[in-house]
Ligand binder design. Structure first.
Ligand SMILES: [Zn+2]
Length: 344
C-alpha cells in the first residue's frame, strides 16, 4: 500500500476488487506533502458509499470502525456497488490528536469546498471535493464529541428542499440504527463537508458517535453496526439490520432540533458545573448547570436553564467556558418523519 497517485486511483472506482492507496496533497509553502489513506472496494454497478473519519483529528470511533472495514471487507462480501473508506481526512490533525490542523490551524470542516492553491487544509478539502466526492452518492462523515462535548451517539441530517432526497436521507439515517437520529439546524453550515455534499445533490449524514474525548466498546459497536446497517439498507450487503446496545438499552429514536431556541449558550465565561447528564428528559426552565465566576468565589453562580422541553442531546463537557459557547442542545422526540422514511 504505497502508491500515491490520484491518476492511479481514478480507475479503481470502476475496477472490480479492493484497492488501497495514499493520496498525496502538497502542503504548499508549509513543506512536505501529507498523505491520505484510501481504500476502494468495487463490485460492479450499484450504490456508491463513502465513509470518512478523521475530519477532526481527536474523534476516534470513525477511524477505528473504518480501519476494521478496510482490514475485513473484501469485494466478495459486497453484493454490488462501490465502497470508499477514508479513515484520516485530515492526517496532520489525526497525527497530532487535535481538532484542527497543527500546520495551518484550520478546521477542515469549515474549509469545503477548498482551494487548489490554498493552505494544506484547504488543499485537502479541494482534493476531496474534486477527486473523491464525484465517485460517491451517499456520504457518511463519522465524528464524535471530541474533548469538549458529550453527545448521544447519533446520525445528524438536515432538512432538504427535495422531498425525494429528504426521504432517502431519512432512510439512511434510520437504517444506521444509532441511539438517536436527529434533524438539526446548524448554526454555521458554510464550509462544512455536509454543505458541499448536499449542494452536489447527494445523500449526507454526519454521525456523532461518542463524547468526552474517549472511546468505549459501546460507541465503537454503534459505529460498526451502523456502517454495516447502511450497506444492508442500500442492498450492498446481505443480512437484516441490527440495533446496537447503548447504556444497556437497545433502541433508536428520531428527534429534531430545527430551531435555534433549542440551544443554550453560555451568558459569560467561567467554570461550568453540569447538573444533568445527556439522555435525560428535561423541562423548559429546569437548571442544567451553573457558571461559577473565575474571579470571585463569593459571587453568586449563574444558573443555566433548559431552553425547552425535551431530551438533553448534547452538553458542554469541558468545564471552562467562554461567553457565547454552546452549553446544551435540547431535542424533541418526534414521529412526524416516520411516514416519509418508511416510503423509501
Ligand atoms: Zn467532529
Amino acid at each position: 500500500m504505497a502508491r500515491n497517485q490520484l491518476d492511479w486511483l481514478q480507475p479503481c472506482f470502476t475496477t472490480p476488487g479492493k484497492h488501497s492507496a495514499w493520496i498525496a496533497v502538497s502542503a504548499g509553502k508549509a513543506g512536505e506533502s501529507v498523505h491520505l489513506p484510501i481504500t476502494v472496494i468495487h463490485k460492479g454497478a450499484g450504490p456508491r458509499v463513502l465513509f470518512t473519519g478523521g475530519n477532526h483529528g481527536d474523534e476516534y470511533e470513525g477511524p477505528i470502525a473504518i480501519h476494521r472495514m478496510i482490514r475485513d471487507m473484501e469485494a466478495g462480501d459486497l453484493i454490488c456497488g462501490t465502497l470508499i473508506l477514508m479513515p484520516a481526512l485530515n492526517p496532520p490533525a489525526v497525527e497530532a490528536g487535535t481538532r484542527v490542523s497543527p500546520i495551518d490551524g484550520k478546521n477542515l470542516n469549515r474549509e469545503f469546498p477548498g482551494k487548489a492553491r490554498g493552505t494544506v487544509t484547504q488543499r485537502i478539502a479541494h482534493m476531496i471535493t474534486e477527486h473523491i466526492l464525484p465517485h460517491a452518492d451517499v456520504v457518511l462523515d463519522l465524528h464524535a464529541g471530541g474533548k469538549t462535548s458529550d453527545i448521544m451517539p447519533s446520525v445528524m441530517i438536515h432538512k432538504l428542499r427535495s422531498r425525494e432526497r429528504m426521504a432517502r436521507t431519512l432512510g439512511v439515517m434510520k437504517a444506521f440504527r444509532a441511539p438517536v437520529g436527529i434533524l438539526i439546524k446548524e448554526f454555521d453550515s458554510e464550509g462544512m463537508l455536509d454543505t458541499t455534499v448536499e449542494r452536489l445533490g447527494k445523500i449526507f449524514g454526519c454521525c456523532e458517535l461518542g463524547g468526552l474525548g474517549r472511546v468505549t466498546p459501546e460507541t465503537v459497536d454503534v459505529t460498526w453496526t451502523g456502517m454495516n446497517n447502511v450497506l444492508k439498507h442500500l442492498g450492498m450487503m446481505k443480512g437484516s439490520l441490527r440495533t446496537p446496545v447503548w447504556r444497556n438499552k437497545r433502541r433508536s429514536r428520531v428527534v429534531e432540533a430545527l430551531t435555534f431556541k433549542r440551544y443554550l449558550m453560555a451568558p459569560f465565561a467561567g467554570i461550568f458545573e453540569p447538573f444533568v447528564d445527556i439522555d435525560a428528559t428535561v423541562k423548559k426552565g429546569e437548571p442544567l448547570g451553573r457558571i461559577l465566576s473565575l474571579d470571585d468565589p463569593l459571587e453568586e453562580p449563574v444558573i443555566c436553564r433548559s431552553p425547552a422541553d425535551g431530551i438533553l442531546f448534547q452538553r458542554h463537557a469541558f468545564c471552562l467556558v467562554e461567553a457565547g459557547r454552546k452549553l446544551a442542545l435540547v431535542a424533541e422526540e418526534t414521529d412526524r418523519w416516520d411516514a416519509m422514511a418508511d416510503a423509501v
